[in-house]
Write a new protein. Sequence first.
Length: 204
Amino acid sequence: MKELEGFAPVLAAISSEMPYKTPENYFDNLPDNISVEAFLAMISGTTFTISADYFNTFADRVLRKINQQKVSEELQEISPFLAKLSKENVYKIPQHYFNSLQSLEAVKVENKVKSISTRFVSKWISYAAAAVITGVLITGAYMYTNHKGNFDLTNEINKVSDEELQNYLSLSIAHPAAVANEETTSNINAPETLDVKQEMQFVS
């Protein structure tokens, strides 16, 4: 001490008592205090903003989050395998897919129109064939019916009974004048009868 007074009287005059004091239990809470001070220094320049309707939808978002958590927990209990599946989309579309989509739709529409046209032509041909067959059948039936309706002289003569022939012969012998008159009348009307028969044959 005396040596210090000889070398540095000013330092020797300074009191040897400790001028700094620490609060009681200071070192017990020192780590926590350091962490708080560091956190406050880090966020001192950070400001937060929220949307105008943030608190209006806050309850709904909290409930939705809780429900999702419940679903995840239930899925974990029911099927752990499904719970482990990735939620990422595993499907991918080729590059420039939507650029060529419009042209593909145009091709599909064109093919559809061609298909409809082909079906219409096929259906029309079927109807035409059915109409032709129906016409042939009707024509054949008409000709067959008309042919059957022609006058058959031999058949009509065979229909005359022997009794009617005998009556005609006896009438000719007993009343020759009446028969002659009847024959004259028939000769007069013969051209008309022939004309009628010719017209009937022409129509048939």
